[in-house]
Design a protein around this ligand. Structure first.
Ligand code: NAD
Length: 521
């Protein structure tokens, strides 16, 4: 049963009080409104720079005891999270929809992601973090282990477009690795993070290891990074560069999950009905406010007309709306800034000669921030959206005549986040995928197959980022490798008493040769 805006507001007040009240000493608050209607949604307390420093201090204090727990004990609340969030999905779906304006089916992808990714790391982290034996300098005489130590306190910044997914699934491995986290979610969409922390505390997670701070980057961005041992950022490439500069000044590591201008290639042997349906989801999930969504669609000459006809028909029939039911196929944009950015890109393209095959206008009749799913043709280099990320429900169609041309066009971008290839011939699809410079390439899917395969890394090449989430990398980036080597005293690393140094080097040389011959190195 979906909750009304009034019911969400009541829920929020209690939850905010429990989870986040300590983040503010100033009493200042910010009202956020519901994108669906523009009505007030919640009153959130804002942190000052001193509040952020205090959050770091609390996190650092809590981290030592948390890291001292066995990894299996740390994993327990996150194992429980899987079932708990699935059971309470209707409640959190409402929260996500009211704060983002997205369709319920797209909010559900976030819930499924949190359940799946938390389970993956809760099960795999203890093994991945275990101390491992490594080959020593001299067999038998040098015993070596590689241990994984937590970084300490991780600063984590998450954006508004997938607030539950990106606000939770990046924190989970950081915590499982034994860190505490100081997290700055986007203020517009902080409720889903607060809701999840509240739930996790009820499942046994110590409250202090996940600190939330809220506010403007200009005020709290620096203190957020000043006391951190590592920073994990998801957001735009522009901000990512600034974060990297700050991290470099402090010589701390960072992972950056940034923007994309993701291509999809429809080969001449693709099943066009399946590809058109797949493109619909790939381009318009969350109204295109998805870093891995498709904004450039390259279609083989031989099937261009047939594909375009099918795709455009599907797009024109999409059901838009502010409903909390499952039938709505696309919801609202989340902010006025985003609505204006989308409108500006489309207007610029149309003024310079792009053809609108579907959509192309805002839909204030559906809600203040709605924009139609839009398909453009005849897009060229003079238009801003040709190369810039729109981050909205707009896709441009282009033709190609052979695979080399398709690969060259797909790779002709500063970004390298995600790509998609459609064909009935899987080996052909995989071979083409290998030539695309993107962190994930999906064959016969738009984005979900690679993203939700948690055992494999996910992230961007080129200007789309640094580092990866998911897989072993998504956990181990939050650790320092420590090598402990114990050397037998009967084989020290210097000459025996009385042995001349040239004699010693002869012995070492012979030993090295013997070890090579015996394949001990
Ligand atoms: P943004 O870079 O403007 O802001 C992202 C977050 O960073 C916000 O919460 C903001 O408050 C915060 N921030 C900004 N400056 C900061 C600073 N100096 N210190 C600390 N925090 C700071 O991005 P946005 O427009 O809100 O998000 C959309 C962008 O995010 C798109 O480019 C999209 O592609 C990208 N994104 C990438 C991924 C990914 O996994 N690669 C996922 C989602 C979104």
């Amino acid at each position: 049963m979906a909750a009304t805006l009034g019911a969400i507001r009541t829920l929020d007040r209690d939850m905010i009080e429990r989870v986040v009240r300590q983040v503010t000493s100033s009493g200042r608050t910010r009202e956020v409104s519901a994108p669906f209607t523009g009505e007030p949604l919640a009153e959130l307390p804002l942190s000052t720079a001193d509040d952020v420093r205090a959050a770091h201090a609390r996190a650092r204090e809590a981290q030592a005891a948390w890291a001292a727990l066995p990894a299996r004990a740390r994993a327990l609340p996150f194992l429980r999270l899987h079932d708990a969030i699935l059971e309470r999905r209707e409640e959190i779906l409402d929260v996500v929809q009211w704060e983002t304006g997205k369709a319920r089916r797209h909010a559900f992808e976030e819930v499924a992601d949190v359940a799946g990714c938390s389970l993956y790391y809760a099960r795999r982290a203890p093994g991945l973090l275990e101390t491992k034996r490594r080959a020593g300098l001299f067999p038998l005489a040098t015993k070596v282990v590689e241990a994984r130590r937590p970084k300490g306190v991780v600063a984590l910044v998450s954006p508004w477009n997938y607030p539950l997914s990106l606000g939770v699934t990046d924190v989970v491995p950081a915590l499982l690795a034994g860190n505490a986290v100081v997290h700055k979610p986007d203020t517009q969409t902080a409720l889903s993070t607060l809701w999840t922390i509240d739930l996790l505390v009820s499942l046994g997670m110590p409250r202090e290891i996940w600190q939330v701070v809220l506010g403007d980057p200009a005020e709290i961005g620096d203190p957020l990074l000043d006391d951190a041992d590592y920073v994990a950022f998801t957001g735009s490439t522009r901000t990512g560069r600034k974060i990297a500069e700050e991290a470099a000044k402090r010589l701390i590591g960072c992972s950056l999950e940034l923007g994309g201008k993701n291509p999809m290639i429809v080969l001449d042997d693709a099943d066009l009905d399946v590809a058109a349906q797949g493109a619909l989801r790939a381009c318009f999930t969350n109204a295109g406010q998805l870093c891995i969504s498709i904004e450039r669609l390259y279609v083989h000459d031989a099937v261009y007309d047939a594909f375009t006809e099918k795709f455009v028909r599907l797009v024109k029939n999409m059901k838009l709306g502010a409903g909390l039911d499952w039938d709505v196929q696309m919801g609202s944009l989340t902010s006025r800034r985003q609505l204006e950015a989308v409108g500006a890109h489309v207007d610029d393209a149309v003024a310079k000669g792009a053809r609108v095959l579907a959509g192309g206008r805002a839909r204030p009749d559906a809600g203040p921030l709605f924009y139609e799913p839009t398909v453009l043709a005849d897009v060229d280099e003079t238009m801003d959206l040709c190369r810039e990320e729109t981050f909205g429900p707009v896709v441009s169609l282009y033709r190609f005549s052979d695979e080399d041309e398709a690969v060259a066009k797909a790779n002709d971008t500063v970004y390298g986040l995600n790509a998609s290839v459609w064909t009935r011939n899987l080996p052909r699809g995989r071979a083409l995928a290998a030539r695309i410079k993107a962190g994930t390439v999906n064959v016969n899917e738009g984005y979900g197959a690679a993203f939700a395969s948690y055992d494999a890394p996910m992230g961007g090449m080129k200007s789309s980022g640094l580092g990866r989430r998911h897989g072993a990398e998504g956990l181990l980036k939050y650790t320092e490798a420590q090598t402990i080597a114990s050397q037998a005293t009967w084989l020290g690393l210097e000459p025996l008493p009385g042995m001349a140094y040239d004699r010693y080097t002869d012995v070492v040389v012979n030993l090295l040769k013997a070890m090579k011959a015996l394949h001990l190195k």
